[in-house]
Design a protein around this ligand. Structure first.
Ligand code: OAD
Length: 234
């Protein structure tokens, strides 16, 4: 990566690869399944309408699993970068786990929603949620038994897009970590950042679908490469 002295504003995008070393399964494994389910059987509004119980159970299990995992060196390094970086900084995560939050990241947006949140289909209010949803509990805000996982499913609009687009337009450095680059709009952030003049860096176990779009692509485990990269910035 060229001259780092000119970097003031940083945007980082993370995906499932940053939580892999904590023991959270990634989505696109070699067998093309998502923990034994096809993505379209659980992660779409249509799937939820067809079989709400299956979808609620699936996310209930993932929410329960959060209690058994811990932030790793990647989450810690990015939280430190956030705390110490004087310029603008934004961490955009596609992950619905709470590991960046637990590591202490502050300037953080969850663009695909959060497991520890429930969205009410009756009143549209998002409530913090740590328990199960499959048993049909009432919404804390309106009382309706109409809670769904607060996850952005395929075909739905990700959260915070205006703030993310503004940060991408103003950044000098865009870094993508642990994502396969298969899901838009996140997969297109590199092009937006580049078009606005940012340097771009990818850190991933293997080349992502959009590797060629980055100025530099580093391959390896994020748990090793990210702390090294953060260290090199200071
Ligand atoms: P994927 O499972 O598609 O990709 C994870 C990437 O992380 C892969 O390219 C792996 O090679 C890489 N990886 C795995 N272990 C790693 C490690 N230790 N260090 C570095 N990289 C590693 O996950 P995402 O790209 O996050 O959406 O998937 C994007 C979205 O698709 C998710 O947010 C999810 C899913 O549908 C929703 O839940 C709405």
């Amino acid at each position: 990566m060229g001259q780092m002295d000119n970097i003031r504003n940083i945007v980082i995008l993370t995906g499932a690869g940053v939580s892999a070393e904590s023991g959270v399964a990634t989505f696109r494994g070699p067998d093309g399944l998502w923990e034994g389910h096809r993505v379209e059987d659980v992660a779409t509004p249509e799937a939820f309408m067809r079989d709400p119980h299956l979808v609620q159970k699936f996310y209930d299990e993932r929410r329960a699993k959060l209690k058994t995992v811990q932030p790793n060196a990647v989450h810690m390094a990015l939280a430190r970068l956030d705390a110490e970086w004087k310029g603008e900084f934004l961490l955009v995560t596609q992950n619905v786990d709470d590991l960046h939050d637990r590591a202490g990241s502050q300037r953080l947006l969850h663009m695909h929603g959060e497991l520890n949140s429930a969205l009410c289909l009756a009143c549209d209010i998002r409530s913090a949620w740590n328990g199960t949803l499959a048993d049909g509990p009432p919404c804390p805000a309106c009382g309706a038994q109409a809670l769904r996982p607060d996850i952005v499913w395929f075909g739905e609009m990700p959260y915070h897009m205006e703030r993310i687009e503004a940060a991408l337009a103003a950044c000098d450095l865009f870094v993508s970590i642990g994502t396969s680059g298969a899901v838009y709009p996140a997969a297109g952030f590199v092009q937006t950042a580049r078009a606005c003049g940012a340097q771009t860096l990818e850190i991933n176990l293997d080349p992502s679908e959009g590797s060629h779009l980055f100025d530099e692509s580093r391959q390896g485990e994020a748990g090793t490469l990210v702390p090294e990269w953060v260290e090199s910035l200071f």
